[in-house]
Write a protein that binds this ligand. Sequence first.
Ligand SMILES: [Zn+2]
Length: 139
Amino acid sequence: MRRVQEVKKQTKLPTLIAKADKVTSLYIRQKYADHAGMVKCVSCPTVLHWKEAHCAHWIGRAAKATRWMEENLAVACPSCNVFRKELHQREFTLFQLDRYGREGIEEIKAESRKVLSASQVRQLAEEAINNFKEAPCNQ
Ligand SMILES: [Zn+2]
């Protein structure tokens, strides 16, 4: 009888990345929310409910090494994150400077420049899913 090989089905990488993005975004937006669920935009005075806010990346999502790095993420209003990119980038950088200092943000930048293999990206995505799945409001 032919042996049927059991192949452990691996989640496709784009699916895994999408899941990591979703879980990370939920975590970050809830992390900064106050008791009423309100968050303040990193770049402007807007206060909004976390469900309407975006999880903003200081260094863009194209850099996989920092895509799910908590230190690279903050909450922004959709207007800043989508339509006021220049102001948003400037204000976000100031926020990062206050939060981590010059050395800290240089470390994030150095991390973002790492070129990762597909299996390294997979590992980071899996770690993000594990680390961020227990968002405060999901408990
Ligand atoms: Zn804003």
